[in-house]
Write a protein that binds this ligand. Structure first.
Ligand code: CO
Length: 134
């Protein structure tokens, strides 16, 4: 069912430093910082050609990555995002398989303006999985 790897999201408490590492040390094409108040994060996109890395820094009081950074103070891989053709069909298929969908289970508009759902790490090898309608 899943298609391409859309992005790997890496949480950090210092997005400027993270962007420098990707730009200067690793030599990647790195975007400007984009505050996303609706999502409680600041993002920097690293374009790798075949996929993206999204660097995430908490923004505001109730950032969804705040707890993760409490547990992982030096940062780390927060989630992976796979593309699907139809988010509702994917959601229903995951439900039927017994997977836990976070939140209400209704798709939300993600950081790229496309509908997404998140699947609980306990069902997916310890990794938070985002499904995005391509
Ligand atoms: Co994502």
């Amino acid at each position: 069912m899943i298609g391409r790897l859309n992005h790997v999201a890496i949480a950090t408490s210092d997005i400027k430093k993270a962007a420098r590492i990707y730009r200067d040390t690793l030599g990647a094409k790195v975007s400007d910082e984009v505050p996303q108040p609706d999502h409680g994060v600041v993002t920097v996109f690293v374009d790798l050609g075949n996929t993206k890395i999204e660097l995430l820094e908490p923004l505001g009081e109730n950032s969804p990555i705040a707890n993760f950074l409490k547990k992982n103070p030096s940062g780390g891989v927060h989630h992976v995002c796979y593309e699907v053709e139809d988010i509702i069909a994917a959601r229903d298929q995951m439900r039927a398989a017994g997977a836990t969908i976070t939140g209400t289970g209704e798709p939300r508009i993600g950081a790229h303006g496309k509908p997404v759902i998140f699947l609980h790490p306990k069902d997916f090898v310890g990794t938070l999985v985002e499904l995005e309608q391509a």
